[in-house]
Ligand binder design. Structure first.
Ligand code: AKG
Length: 298
């Protein structure tokens, strides 16, 4: 489990964590300087230009999207690893996993004429029971100003947690109007979607989402960041994109932590090592003790 000491929490943590818990979302203004957002957006320019429009009614044919954003710009890590965001993510997901992981980074362009997106909950990507805990935390970083007219993200406040089990009656959404530098944070159980773009300008944003460390992430992080890429990440970032095990040995390589692939000396035959949860370690030890007693008494 991830436990954070309250006294070490970044400024703004308490209010943001309360808002997330109570409303399912919060807006964090001026989290990163506008010039850093502009530098990131400039790095994305050629990729947007080279990326075709999406296919399918969920993504929307008037949108463009691409992933692997840690590879597209050296500025992405500052967004992904922002201390307040990481604290909120660990607070929301930490009780249900050893470590959190990156689920997705995606740059999104909503073009003029794009209709309202299907309102959805990101947690529904995993066909598993809902309402007991959170699977995911989502962060939308606007790269242009988000307005009602240009398709700002729409959030259904209070639609999160156990409300996700209720099919109807979420009322009118809130328009998450915000400008570059702000982070819009919402839970995987919060109903949301992109608004319609009724202007002649393109709306741009970057989604960064984090999920429980034992889930299958939406974007295949190991393919987005193979060892030759991830070896240049600092260890915490490499861990976020999958180069660490989640007990019991989930995501292992040859039975050991996959971070072994990021070093200079990669053993050809590392030999598997147990990485068990305490309950599993205890059950295995009890079994061994009983076995030893039986054998001793025989
Ligand atoms: O672009 C947005 O405002 C939201 C996008 C979204 O929720 C999605 O594509 O899953």
């Amino acid at each position: 489990m991830t436990h954070l000491s309250q006294s070490l929490m970044p400024a703004g943590f308490e209010a943001a964590s309360d808002a997330l818990r109570n409303q399912g979302w919060c807006l964090l203004p001026e989290l990163l300087p506008k010039n850093v957002v502009a530098a990131l957006a400039t790095d994305f320019d050629p990729v947007f230009a080279a990326t075709p429009f999406c296919e399918g009614d969920f993504y929307g044919a008037r949108t463009r999207r691409f992933g692997s954003l840690l590879k597209r710009s050296s500025h992405t890590a500052a967004f992904v690893q922002h201390p307040l965001i990481m604290a909120l993510v660990k607070d929301a997901l930490g009780p249900w996993c050893d470590t959190v992981q990156l689920n997705l980074t995606q740059a999104i362009e909503i073009h003029p004429g794009a209709p309202l997106q299907f309102p959805h909950r990101d947690q529904d990507m995993w066909p598993a029971p809902k309402g007991e805990f959170e699977y995911l935390v989502n962060v939308m970083w606007p790269l242009t100003s988000f307005t009602r007219a240009n398709g700002a993200t729409l959030i259904y406040p209070g639609s999160h947690g156990r409300q996700a089990l209720v099919d109807e009656g979420h009322g009118e959404p809130l328009v998450a109007s915000c400008c570059p530098g702000t982070a819009l944070v919402f839970l995987g159980s919060t109903l949301h979607g992109a608004g319609a773009n009724l202007t002649i300008e393109t709306r741009r944003g970057m989604i960064v989402s984090y999920c429980l460390g034992w889930l299958k992430p939406y974007e295949n992080q190991w393919l987005a960041y193979p060892p030759e890429v991830a070896r240049h990440f600092e260890p915490e970032l490499a861990g976020l994109v999958g180069y660490r095990q989640h007990r019991p040995n989930l995501g292992n390589y040859e039975g050991v932590c996959p971070s072994v692939l990021l070093g200079d000396d990669i053993p050809e035959h590392p030999g598997a090592i147990d990485a068990l949860r305490p309950d599993q370690r205890e059950a295995v030890a009890a079994h061994r003790r009983a076995q030893a007693e039986r054998e001793g008494g025989a």
